[in-house]
Design a protein around this ligand. Sequence first.
Ligand code: AMP
Length: 236
Amino acid sequence: MGLFLIIMGVQGAGKGEQARKIQSKYGIPQVSTGDLFRAMRSRTDEFALKITKRMDSGELISDEDTNEIVRQRLSQPDAANGVILDGYPRTPGQAAWLENHLAEQGQKINAVLLLDLNLYDAFRRAFGRVSTSDGTSYNIYTNAESIQWQFSDHPEAAYPPRLDATLKTTGEKLKRRADDASAHAIIKRIDKYLQETQPLIAYYREKGLVQMVDAAQSIEVVSQQIISIIDAAKSR
Ligand code: AMP
């Protein structure tokens, strides 16, 4: 029996980091449909162009196309013993298809890991995040001892205030991710996540598969709790 997991969580809940830890501990690949679709950007065939255009419009890809991509990915040899799915399923139609598809292979979803973070913390994790050129991350709200920061207003208030942050030791100017720089964009993203996931959480709750982890805890504690959940789910 393989290990098939779904990981969900609002942006900032630490999904990527936890998925990487699961991948290395259990030897199952992380399968992110967003990454699979983004990889199509370098292709010029009609299918890839259609997907890229739709992604750029901010819409979901159809269930049919998404399921087909997942079917192909799950048929790769490295997915034979399981996967950790990230960003999929996103609709009840995808969830139903996945369940069916796994059942045909004698497999099933072992657990749905829900990294729970209150929305104000989710906002602050994204809005307050700044990083050095080597990728070390700081946060003006939660991890700011080594940095100096201030918001500076645009002289004519034509733009929202800009966050200027530097590293105290070297004076390096810290960067923000472009998609984190606007409060509006972050709120929109959080809202979209809620709209997409709420029906799915209800769907998987009914099946008794949802395992909630408090994502406000440290990365290590979250990881330990996830490991306990997976170990228990594996033996079920
Ligand atoms: P993500 O990085 O997961 O936010 O995905 C980026 C984009 O890829 C989304 O805005 C959708 O256009 C598309 N996408 C990713 N996963 C799915 C999915 N499960 N169903 C439909 N569209 C998806």
